[in-house]
Ligand binder design. Structure first.
Ligand SMILES: Cc1cc2nc3c(=O)[nH]c(=O)nc-3n(C[C@H](O)[C@H](O)[C@H](O)COP(=O)(O)O)c2cc1C
Length: 206
């Protein structure tokens, strides 16, 4: 047993607060009809809605304001280097000052650059990422803008209309096999892979 009362805490000021969330690849449609693809991790699910935190300097939020459809693709740990190929890129041109200062460059062909494969969606215009085991087709239902931080961002709510999953992670009755599905996690700017199965909550249906 851990003696928690013996655990001392210290006050710290970490440069970022990315405590550890799954990576998602968002596909949206650019003005010219081509797809944009961006990695992100500030996301969570509430019933059939996914809440996404997106910086206002990016192309993804610009696309979503004009064309409110997207796919949310969840890569597995072995895809981390593909994700990292996208990390210094933006679909936005000219590249905003803040992004230039952070060494971002413009790239129009994100799928090609990441060596990932776009496949058509069934309901929305943006393509899905073939290599990602979980792919959600979604429509934006709300965008709130927040300027109360150093870097302004938007909180986007997207309603999931269709879920696609690789057969290898699916059990019967629409369940995801939690022993087979492992999200790629982004923790204080480091990528992490599979985690240990500890147990299940009282509401788990499998
Ligand atoms: C693993 C990872 C997670 C990220 N998470 C977010 C995020 O949650 N929100 C966000 O706005 N940007 C996030 N970024 C940064 C965006 O990917 C970056 O701003 C990119 O230029 C956006 O592309 P776009 O301008 O084409 O939309 C993340 C980057 C990486 C590599």
């Amino acid at each position: 047993m851990v003696d928690w009362s013996a655990m001392k805490t210290v006050v710290i000021s970490p440069p970022i607060l990315y405590y550890g969330t799954p990576v998602a690849l968002l596909a949206t449609v650019n003005d010219d009809g081509s797809p944009n693809l961006a990695p992100m991790s500030s996301t969570w699910a509430l019933h059939k809605t996914i809440v996404l935190g997106l910086g206002l300097a990016g192309q993804t939020i610009a696309n979503l304001r004009l064309r409110p459809e997207l796919t949310i693709n969840f890569p597995s740990p072995e895809l981390w280097e593909h994700v990292e190929r996208l990390a210094p890129l933006t679909g936005r041109t000219p590249v905003p000052e803040a992004k230039l200062a952070n060494r971002f460059r413009h790239e129009a062909q994100k799928f090609k650059e990441a060596q990932l494969t776009p496949i058509p969606s069934e309901i929305v215009a943006p393509p899905r990422v073939e290599e990602c085991p979980l792919q959600f087709e979604a429509r934006v239902v709300d965008i709130q803008t927040s300027t109360g931080d150093d870097e302004p961002f938007a909180i986007v709510q997207a309603h999931v209309e269709r879920v696609h999953a690789h057969e290898s992670i699916v059990l019967e009755h629409d369940h995801v096999d939690v022993e087979q599905w492992h999200p790629l996690t982004y923790k204080f700017r480091h990528y992490f892979g599979r985690s240990e199965h500890l147990g299940k909550t009282f509401r788990a249906t499998r």
